[in-house]
Design a protein. Structure first.
Length: 217
């Protein structure tokens, strides 16, 4: 029972610690957004502040509905060029987008995260074609792929390492349980031998007493 209580407390602590980093990262991103927008003050910076704050809040829940949350947050960020601030004027959206791509690789067990990556690339293409008036070439494609692909790959690698670590922890727990069970079986056998020996001695002594009680009471 004590072990079960300890395990429950450990699970609760892990759940709390798993939520805190996400909230802390969202707070950091919101602070960086506020500072940059107040310093740069591009066109429509007030709307930009609202959109980036909304994206930061959404990313707190990126572990649960990862594709929906991540693509929605990316859509909020890529609406910025439509209301004023262009893609080359702010740097904090790059931090958001890198975290989004990482989340699509880290928190989805299969390759469904590539759907989110594809939607993100489509949103980039729409921005470049219909909003960004600059001339574009292969360097823009390279920039977008560099922004999107490495965080996703890093997320997949991190997920694989996490799964392997969990499997190793389960195997170690199984080995410990087997060792404990084997030790309990050994102790049980020794106790059985001790008790059996004691009972045998009692039987022998009782038989001898029965033979001697009349001749030597």
């Amino acid at each position: 029972a004590a072990i079960d209580v300890a395990r429950a407390e450990l699970s609760a602590a892990r759940a709390v610690s798993g939520r805190l980093p996400a909230s802390a990262r969202a707070l950091f991103e919101m602070r960086a957004t506020v500072v940059e927008l107040f310093v740069v003050r591009p066109n429509g910076w007030g709307y930009g502040l609202a959109l980036e704050t909304g994206a930061a809040v959404l990313l707190v829940w990126r572990r649960f509905a990862t594709v929906l949350v991540s693509t929605t947050a990316a859509a909020l960020l890529l609406v910025l060029p439509w209301i004023g601030a262009q893609l080359d004027e702010l740097s904090t959206p790059i931090l958001f987008l890198a975290l989004i791509c990482y989340s699509l690789g880290r928190w989805i067990p299969d390759l469904r995260g590539l759907v989110g990556i594809g939607l993100l690339l489509v949103m980039f293409l729409v921005d470049y074609l219909f909003v960004d008036a600059r001339s574009h070439n292969f360097t823009d494609v390279l920039f977008v792929l560099t922004l999107v692909i490495p965080p996703y790959v890093f997320g997949r690698i991190t997920r694989k390492l996490g799964v392997q670590s969990e499997q190793l922890a389960r195997q170690q727990a199984l080995i410990r349980d087997q060792a404990v069970r084997a030790e309990r079986d050994r102790i049980a056998r020794e106790l059985h031998d001790v008790i059996a020996h004691s009972l045998s001695a009692m039987v022998v002594q009782t038989a001898a007493a029965q033979d001697l009680v009349h001749s030597s009471p």
